[in-house]
Write a protein that binds this ligand. Structure first.
Ligand code: AMP
Length: 314
């Protein structure tokens, strides 16, 4: 495995691998790697000949300087994990190499970037899309692996790759959780013991939202209220947002029957740590038509059932 710091060297390394016939996988990260990142890396290593992991704490995507300064940095351990997982190239650039003083270009995805995480953290997604566009430009044609843990980020990056005709296939990977449901996150390292217990409330809220949808609640606002009420039961947690949204454009559908695919979102601050999580939810009218018996299912309902059975979910 090679560790490269310079953007040029990274680009050349992947060009050489491609010239030798290798397919390329790219896993962009901010380091402090954990089992969630590892699952993306393993998925890439299983499918691609040459896997590159980028480790870059991107200053552009932090809205608060303090959050950037205290973001965990564990480069040596990250490099060992990558070597162990079969990575071929680790790209760990300095901030000045990715954003030279005279750089003047940013990439912005309208609409979807303004909602939820984008509304709570102004400029966040522009920071993400700008750095990911640079990584894609350096990497060249490849498959890039992103976690469903950051489901809105995944949707924003997909939109960018489609809109800019980038030669990159975006692959979404399921969220890796602790046994009690808490999604793994580099930020969990900042939770005290009490806060760590309190942080379970995010997953509890999502499960309650999912149950509400399964029991035929079809008003997105009522599902959001159910999730918010669960967060409200935890004294150490402060709700940022809870929502039931269309999984593609992140708008709130008029009713849940109308959603193409539904995603439940929560964001809350536990102690001083801001956490986000999400899950899918099956709208019963699609998964099990209310008025039709099994033999009566339409072709589209049967196709939806097949998609559900094949989907990764959480
Ligand atoms: P980050 O280092 O937080 O920027 O994350 C790098 C990539 O790992 C992103 O695509 C995340 O969505 C993904 N990721 C982070 N946590 C998890 C998790 N618990 N399960 C799966 N993927 C994750």
């Amino acid at each position: 495995m090679q560790l490269v710091e310079e953007p040029d060297a990274f680009s050349r390394a992947l060009d050489r691998a491609r010239d030798a016939g290798a397919s390329i996988g790219l896993v962009p990260t901010m380091g402090a790697l954990h089992a969630g990142h590892r699952s993306l890396i393993e998925r890439a290593v299983a499918a691609r000949d040459h896997v590159a992991v980028s480790i870059f704490v991107n200053p552009l995507q932090f809205d608060r300087r303090e959050d950037l300064d205290r973001y965990p940095r564990t480069l040596d351990a990250d490099v060992s994990l990558c070597a162990d997982a079969g990575v071929s190239t680790v790209f760990a650039p300095r901030a000045a190499a990715m954003f030279p003083a005279d750089s003047a270009t940013s990439v912005s995805v309208a609409g979807i970037s303004a909602r939820w995480e984008g509304a709570s953290r102004p400029g966040h997604f522009d920071g993400v899309t700008t750095v990911v566009a640079k990584l894609f430009a350096l990497a060249g044609p490849c498959a890039a692996y992103f976690g469903e843990k950051d489901f809105q980020q995944l949707a924003v990056v997909r939109r960018m790759a489609t809109d800019l005709f980038l030669p990159v296939t975006i692959i979404g990977c399921p969220t890796v959780r602790e046994p009690d449901g808490l999604a793994l996150s580099s930020r969990n390292a900042h939770l005290s013991a009490d806060e760590r217990l309190a942080a379970r409330v995010l997953w509890r809220a999502l499960v309650a939202g999912r149950d509400a949808v399964a029991s035929k609640e079809d008003r997105p606002g009522a599902v959001a209220d159910t999730m918010a009420a669960v967060i409200g039961t935890e004294p150490l947690a402060r709700l940022d947002y809870a929502a039931a949204v269309d999984a593609e454009d992140f708008t709130v559908p008029r009713s849940l029957d109308a959603a193409r695919e539904l995603r439940l979102l929560v964001a809350a601050v536990v102690g001083a740590v801001r956490l986000i999580d999400n899950c899918d939810a099956r709208v019963p009218s699609v998964a099990a038509p209310r008025r039709a018996g099994r033999g009566d299912r339409s072709r589209s309902a049967r196709a939806a059932l097949r998609r559900d059975a094949e989907g990764s979910g959480d």
